[in-house]
Each structure stands twice: as C-alpha cells, then as structure tokens.
Design a protein around this ligand. Structure first.
Ligand code: COA
Length: 411
C-alpha cells in the first residue's frame, strides 16, 4: 500500500521472519525500552507468526510496526469466536503524527477480517489512540491492595490448597485455564507463546509460586489455581517496606474453590500486603473479609479494547435476553462492509433496510457488545444518535448480561 502523508511517503507490508527482531526492537524503542536481550528474544520470537506482523517503511527503513496473536474470544451466551490479540504497536518517534499508524491499522484490520477473525482486542497505552480505528472499551478490571493483618476472613476452608513446583504448576494452570476461562464472556484464549513469555520465562527469572486447589464438595480433582509472587520486605511489619504477595493469575471452577484460594493467600505468614493484578469488577474479595476496609481498590481501569471486525458474525454469535426488537444503525469508516442497519431480536440478528432507531460508530457498538456498558449510559454521554428514544430500553434489555465481562489475560 502506498500512503501519501504530507512531505514523505511510506509503505506498509507484511513482515517476514528475517524482520521480526528489527520490528520488536522498534516497538520496544517506542515504549522507551532497549532491545530485548538474546535470552528474552528466544521467547519473543515464538510469538511472531507468519502473516501477523506488519511494518511501515520509508527510504528502506522500518519506521512503524503492529502485530497480532491468534486467539479466541468468549462472548455472552457461551460461544467462542475467532479473535486476534493486537499488540506491539509502535511508530518511531521521528515519524509520528504523519498517518503511519493509520496506514498500519488499515492494513491490519483488513487482513484480520479477510482471515476470518470476528473480533480483535488490544490493551491501550493511551486512551486517545484507538477509538478512531473502531476499538471501544469493552471490559474493565480492578487492582486490589489488601492489608492482610487487618483482613481477618471469617470463612473456613472447605477443600485443600497445595503448593506445587513450577513445572507441574504451569501444566496444571494451562489446563485449568483452558477449561475454565471461556465460562466468562470477555475472556480470550492464550496462544502457546503467551505461556512461554509470561510463565516459563518469568518463572525462571523470578520467585513465582503455584498453588492448586482440590478436594471440595464437587469432587477430588483440581478445580482452581493461583500464581503469585512474594516480594520480601522487612518482616517486622515495617510500614516502609512491607512484605508483599502479588496475585498474578487466579482461576477457579466455582465460588467454593475461589474462596479457598483466597483464604490460602490471606493465610500466608509474614505477608503484610496482598496485591492483585487486574481482577473482575464483581470479584467479591471484600465480602470475604472480616474487615472489608482492609481491601482497597488501588485502581479501576479500562482492560479490553474491542474491535468488531465482522459485525454480522459478531452480533449473531452472542445471545440476547428476551425483549422487543431494536434496529441499530452501524457506522464503520475502516471496514465499510460492516455499515448498515441490523434488526436484533431475542432469536437472532438480520441485516435490514429499515431506518435505524439508534445510530452508532463501531467502537461504541464494541463497548456495548459484551454487556459492560448499556446503550442508555452511552446515549447519556452522547456517544450515539438516538432516533427513537424508546429503543434505548429495548437495546439495554436485549444486551443485558448476568456476569460482568472480564478478560484476565494481559498481553
Ligand atoms: C501511538 C502511536 C503508534 C501513534 O502513531 P502515529 O503514526 O503517530 O499515528 P497517526 O499519525 O496515524 O495518527 C492518527 C491520528 O491519531 C492521533 N493520535 C495518534 N496517537 C496519538 C496519541 N498518542 N495521543 C493523541 N492522539 C494520537 C493523531 O493525532 C492523528 O489524528 P488526526 O487523524 O486527527 O490527525 C505512536 O505515537 C507511538 O508509537 N507511541 C508510543 C508507543 C505506544 O504508545 N504504542 C501503543 C502501545 S499499545
């Protein structure tokens, strides 16, 4: 593709494997990191797959890059659709604001849709970047800080939580994650190189622990795991250097296994503070504690930015609550074949010629898609055009979900 942007031209094309390391170093440079050392690169190179990395070039030099990983996305109702996880987005500092990312996005969105992906997601470094390309915030997460000594949980364990060695821990975690995670809408499948980069490599470098839960009322098998890391401070309850236990990954088959894992974490001696990476908004940690004020939400933030690549396929993949039909009008500047009117009913979705009752850009539809935010809320902040005000309640009712969506996989 040839893209004319002001003074200079640049080309965008798919990279081949001789170019991946240059692309990775370029990306890291845009985040102000040095290139990956050789031992890290061994893990990173596995995550470059044919056809999934793009580069922008000017005068024979790479000036920008984007990439994606093959994955699946769980949607409301239990279906799982083809999905790409977009990452490693960067444009060299001397080439920004000349349309390079827009050219890369255009090529990548087209390629992902042509390959049959229904949706793409990403994590945004800054919120101003991705809306224009059709990505909307579709899940949020919260980071918790728990004063362990104050927490005083009242519940007693039901099953058994055991510590396991790294190799077994990784194997059990991988298996349980694949089995359990699609149960919640918003979760994504982790590609093999994700485990290599985020588990195997990190376990080798850091003091990572695995705990596995079994023996609950549901049977004797393993039904939950937690991956965590303790960073020792001063063990005399010093305020300046508390010993911290960081929860990195926690999945459980049911509430009983979930509570046992948390009771285990809160019972680890000499730990002053338990912190978590981004957890679902509806995880009831504070309700487990004797003193709910021991649990603080350190941060609540946007997690998934969702781009519906194939709007009819995405709308048909999820289920809807019983309600009267609504006609949505969708706008999509980058993938115009998605534009048009869609009639949604509890039974299914059809593209129609009817006048839309609500008109919205594809990023706004992405925000509503997993059920995290309602059409009424987005209408209140003027993110959609309301042709027929009655349609808001119908759209809200159709899209309503009983469990808050959450991804739980950072990439
Ligand atoms: C974010 C980044 C890739 C944007 O690349 P770029 O080539 O400058 O983007 P473009 O020139 O195609 O920008 C297109 C539009 O988005 C806007 N935009 C892009 N990045 C923006 C940002 N960080 N903040 C605000 N606006 C931004 C541009 O102003 C432009 O708007 P316009 O069309 O109204 O003029 C680049 O700034 C970068 O590499 N940043 C550091 C690394 C990073 O944050 N990567 C993302 C990791 S998730």
């Amino acid at each position: 593709m040839r893209h004319h942007a002001g003074v200079t031209d640049h080309d965008v094309r798919v990279l081949d494997d001789s170019e991946y390391r240059t692309a990775h170093s370029l990306f890291r440079g845009t985040l102000h990191h040095p290139p990956a050392p050789d031992d890290q690169w061994e893990f990173v190179r596995e995550s470059y797959e044919p056809g999934r990395a793009f580069g922008a070039f000017a005068d024979g030099e790479m000036i920008g890059t984007v990439q994606s990983f093959p994955s699946r996305l769980a949607v409301p109702g239990g279906a799982v659709v083809r999905h790409s996880a977009v990452s490693r987005v960067g444009v060299r500092a001397d080439w920004t604001r000349r349309g390079v990312l827009s050219a890369l996005q255009r090529a990548q969105l087209r390629a992902m849709r042509s390959a049959g992906d229904v949706a793409a997601t990403l994590r945004a470094s800054e919120t101003a970047i991705y809306g224009r390309y059709g990505y909307g915030v579709a899940t949020r997460y919260r980071f918790l800080t728990i004063d362990r000594r104050k927490a005083g949980p009242l519940a007693r364990p039901v099953g058994r939580v055991r510590l396991v060695e790294a190799e077994a821990g990784e194997r059990i975690a991988w298996g349980l994650f694949e089995e359990l995670s699609p149960g919640r809408a918003g979760t994504i499948a982790r590609w093999p190189a994700w485990w290599g980069l985020n588990f195997t490599r990190v376990v080798a470098e850091q003091n990572i622990k695995f705990a596995v839960r079994s023996g609950g009322t549901g049977g004797s098998g393993d039904d939950g795991y937690v991956v965590f890391k303790v960073v020792p401070g001063e063990h005399d309850s010093s305020e300046d250097k508390p010993t911290r236990l960081a929860v990195l990954d926690l999945w459980a088959r049911n509430a009983e296994a979930w509570a046992d894992l948390w009771l285990f974490l809160l019972g680890v001696d000499l730990v002053a503070e338990v912190t978590t990476f981004g957890r679902p908004l509806d995880e009831p940690v504070e309700w487990l504690l004797g003193d709910r004020r021991a649990c603080r939400v350190a941060e609540e933030a946007d997690e998934t930015w969702l781009r519906l690549l194939d709007v009819p396929a995405a709308l048909s993949a999820r289920t809807y609550r019983a309600s009267e039909p609504v006609v949505l009008g969708v706008r999509d500047a980058y993938l115009p074949e998605n534009a048009g009117s869609y009639r949604l009913t509890a039974e299914g979705v059809t593209k129609v010629d009817d006048e839309p009752e609500l008109i919205l850009d594809v990023d706004v539809l992405g925000s509503t898609y997993l059920g995290d935010v309602s059409f009424s809320t987005l209408a209140a902040v003027r993110r959609l055009d309301v042709v027929n005000p009655d349609a808001l309640a119908r759209a809200d009712a159709l899209f309503a979900v009983s469990e808050v969506p959450w991804s739980g996989t950072f990439f």
